[in-house]
Write a protein that binds this ligand. Structure first.
Ligand SMILES: *[C@@H]1O[C@H](CO)[C@@H](O)[C@H](O)[C@H]1NC(C)=O
Ligand SMILES: *[C@@H]1O[C@H](CO)[C@@H](O)[C@H](O)[C@H]1NC(C)=O
Ligand SMILES: *[C@@H]1O[C@H](CO)[C@@H](O)[C@H](O)[C@H]1NC(C)=O
Ligand SMILES: *[C@@H]1O[C@H](CO)[C@@H](O)[C@H](O)[C@H]1NC(C)=O
Ligand SMILES: *[C@@H]1O[C@H](CO)[C@@H](O)[C@H](O)[C@H]1NC(C)=O
Length: 455
C-alpha cells in the first residue's frame, strides 16, 4: 500500500522540485541583470558633462571644452536658471542664433528699430533621427492704434556650412483675419519665398484644432528641397485695412514642428496673444549632420553601426546604430545590443514593438521567440498551436490511465502469486532436490489444459 501511494506522490514531487529550480534560476538571471545595471554606456565622451538640467547631451554634442563636441555641436548650459537651460553655442556674427527685431511705424513711416541676437534654445537631441528640436519664435504685426503698427520679427539664422538645417518636418503657419506668412532667406540664387495666406473678409474663422480653408489661419508644409536653405526668416505681411485694431490687432507667422500648432479662435483676439502663449517659443525641428566628409570606412567610430549620407544634397553624413542596437554611433563601442526580451517585460509599448507569444530569448542583433513547450507555429506572429489538441490529449490520458491500471493489477497479482508460492512452501520445495517445479504454462501443457489428472 505504501509503495502505491508513493508512486502516486512521486511525479508531483518531481514537478514541484523542477518548478522550484526553474523559478530560482530565473531569479538568479534577473538579479545578475540588475547587478550589471545595464547603464546607457558609451553615450558620452569620458570626462565630459552628460547633461544640462534634465536633458541628455550625447556626443557629437557636448558642453564646456573642446574634445567634448565636434565643430558646430557645442552646447552652452546656462545654470543660472532652474532647471538649467541648454543653447546651441554661437559666436556672433557666426550663426546659429535667433534674431529678434522690433520696429514701430505710424502713418508717416518708421519711428523706431531695435535688434537682439539671443542664442537658440535647445530642448531635445535625437541621435536616432539625426534631429534636434529648438524653440522657434513667432513673428507678429500688431496695430497699436488706428495708425500705429508694432512689428516684431523672431526668426532663426543658420550657418550655411554648419551642422543644422531646417527639417521638412516643419510647417509654415500664418494666423490672422487676412495675412500672408512667408519665409525668405539670404542665399543666391534667391528662390521664391514660401508663403501661405488667409483671407476672411467676413471674419469667418477656421474650426478649432485645424488650420484649413484659408480662414483666419493658413499652413503649408516645408517642401523637401527646402532644408537646403540655411537661413530662415518668417515675415508677416498684413494686408491693409484687414484688422480691427481694437479687438483683433495682430497677425502672426511662424515655422513650427508639423501638427504642433492647433488653431483656436482665441488666438485671434487681443494683443500679442499667440506670441505670448508659450514663454520660450514653439518647437522647431532641425536636421543635423557632420558636414566635413562623406561616408568613408572610418566615418562612424562605433561597431554595430552604419554611415548614411546626409538626407539632403549638401555634403555630410550621419551615423546610425543598426536595427536592434542602441546607443551612440559617434563613439567607439557606442552601439550595444538591445535586450528586447527585458524591454518587453518593462512596458506594453515594447510588447507591441517586439511581438512574442512564447519564450523570448535575447540574441545579438535581435531576439529569438519560440512557442512554449507542447506548442508549434510562429511565436513572433502569435500563432502557436498545441501539438496535441485537447481531444487527443484526453484520449492519450485515458489510454495512459488504463495502462497504469493494468500494470497495477498485474503487479498485485504477481504479489499474490508470490504470497501463495511462499505459503505453499515454494521456496522449500525449490530447495529440495529431485523435485521439479512446473510453471503454470508447463502445467497447462502437461495436463492438457487441466483436463487430465496427473498423479
Ligand atoms: C544665463 O541666463 C540668464 C537669464 O536666465 C542671463 O541673464 C545670463 O546672461 C545667461 N548667461 C549666459 C552665460 O548666457
Ligand atoms: C499710436 O501709437 C504709436 C506708438 O504705439 C504712437 O507713437 C502714436 O502717437 C499713436 N497714435 C495715436 C493717434 O494715438
Ligand atoms: C474654439 O475654442 C474657444 C476656447 O478655446 C472657444 O471660445 C470658441 O468658441 C471655439 N470656437 C469654435 C468655433 O468652436
Ligand atoms: C493638437 O491637437 C491634437 C489632436 O487634437 C492633439 O493630439 C495635440 O496634443 C494638440 N497639440 C497641442 C500642442 O496641444
Ligand atoms: C556590438 O554589439 C555587441 C553586442 O552588444 C557587443 O558585444 C560588441 O562589443 C559591439 N561591438 C562594438 C565594436 O561596439
Amino acid at each position: 500500500m505504501a509503495l502505491q501511494s508513493k508512486l502516486i506522490q512521486y511525479p508531483q514531487l518531481l514537478l514541484i522540485i523542477l518548478l522550484a529550480v526553474t523559478v530560482t534560476l530565473q531569479h538568479v538571471a534577473a538579479a545578475a541583470d540588475e547587478l550589471q545595471g545595464r547603464p546607457q554606456q558609451g553615450m558620452w565622451r569620458p570626462g565630459c558633462r552628460d547633461k544640462c538640467g534634465g536633458m541628455s547631451i550625447p556626443f557629437p554634442f557636448g558642453i564646456d571644452k573642446p574634445g567634448c563636441f565636434l565643430p558646430g555641436f557645442e552646447v552652452t548650459c546656462n545654470t543660472s536658471s532652474t532647471p538649467p537651460r541648454a543653447f546651441l553655442a554661437y559666436n556672433y556674427p557666426n550663426p546659429p542664433y535667433e534674431v529678434i527685431d522690433q520696429s514701430t511705424f505710424d502713418a508717416a513711416g518708421s519711428t523706431g528699430y531695435t535688434a537682439r541676437y539671443p542664442p537658440v534654445e535647445l530642448f531635445d537631441i535625437s541621435l536616432e533621427t539625426s534631429e534636434v528640436r529648438v524653440y522657434g519664435g513667432v513673428t507678429s504685426r500688431c496695430f497699436t492704434n488706428s495708425t500705429g503698427v508694432f512689428e516684431k520679427g523672431e526668426y532663426l539664422t543658420l550657418d550655411m556650412y554648419g551642422p543644422f538645417l531646417l527639417s521638412p518636418r516643419n510647417d509654415l503657419v500664418g494666423v490672422g483675419w487676412s495675412v500672408k506668412s512667408s519665409m525668405s532667406y539670404q542665399i543666391k540664387p534667391y528662390p521664391d519665398p514660401l508663403s501661405c495666406s488667409s483671407n476672411s473678409p467676413f471674419r469667418l474663422a477656421a474650426p478649432n484644432g485645424s488650420c484649413s480653408g484659408g480662414l483666419a489661419c493658413c499652413q503649408i508644409p516645408l517642401p523637401p528641397p527646402w532644408p537646403n536653405l540655411p537661413v530662415t526668416e518668417t515675415a508677416v505681411i498684413l494686408k491693409a485695412g484687414s484688422n480691427f485694431w481694437e479687438t483683433n490687432p495682430c497677425s502672426y507667422g511662424m515655422v513650427v514642428e508639423r501638427s504642433w500648432y492647433n488653431f483656436t479662435s482665441e488666438d485671434l483676439n487681443g494683443y500679442e496673444v499667440l506670441s505670448k502663449k508659450l514663454s520660450r517659443g514653439f518647437p522647431l525641428v532641425l536636421d543635423f549632420a557632420i558636414r566635413n566628409g562623406r561616408c568613408e570606412h572610418d566615418a562612424c567610430p562605433s561597431g554595430n553601426s552604419s554611415c548614411v549620407e546626409a538626407a539632403n544634397d549638401r555634403e555630410g553624413h550621419v551615423c546610425k546604430c543598426w536595427d536592434h542596437y542602441q546607443g551612440n554611433p559617434y563613439i567607439a563601442n557606442g552601439c550595444q545590443d538591445i535586450d528586447e526580451c527585458q524591454l518587453r517585460e518593462q512596458s506594453p509599448e515594447f510588447r507591441d514593438l517586439y511581438p512574442c507569444d512564447g519564450i523570448c530569448t535575447n540574441i545579438p542583433g535581435g531576439y529569438d521567440c519560440r512557442c512554449k513547450r507542447g506548442m508549434k507555429g510562429d511565436a513572433k506572429k502569435g500563432n502557436c498551436t498545441e501539438i496535441f489538441p485537447l481531444p487527443a490529449k484526453i484520449i492519450v490520458g485515458i489510454a495512459g490511465f488504463i495502462v497504469v491500471f493494468i500494470i497495477m493489477i498485474m503487479a498485485k497479482q504477481r504479489q499474490k502469486l508470490k504470497k501463495f508460492y511462499e505459503q505453499n512452501g515454494g521456496p522449500i520445495l525449490n530447495g529440495v532436490k529431485n523435485i521439479r517445479i512446473y510453471t503454470r504454462k508447463q502445467l497447462k501443457q502437461i495436463t492438457n489444459n487441466y483436463e487430465s489428472v496427473i498423479g
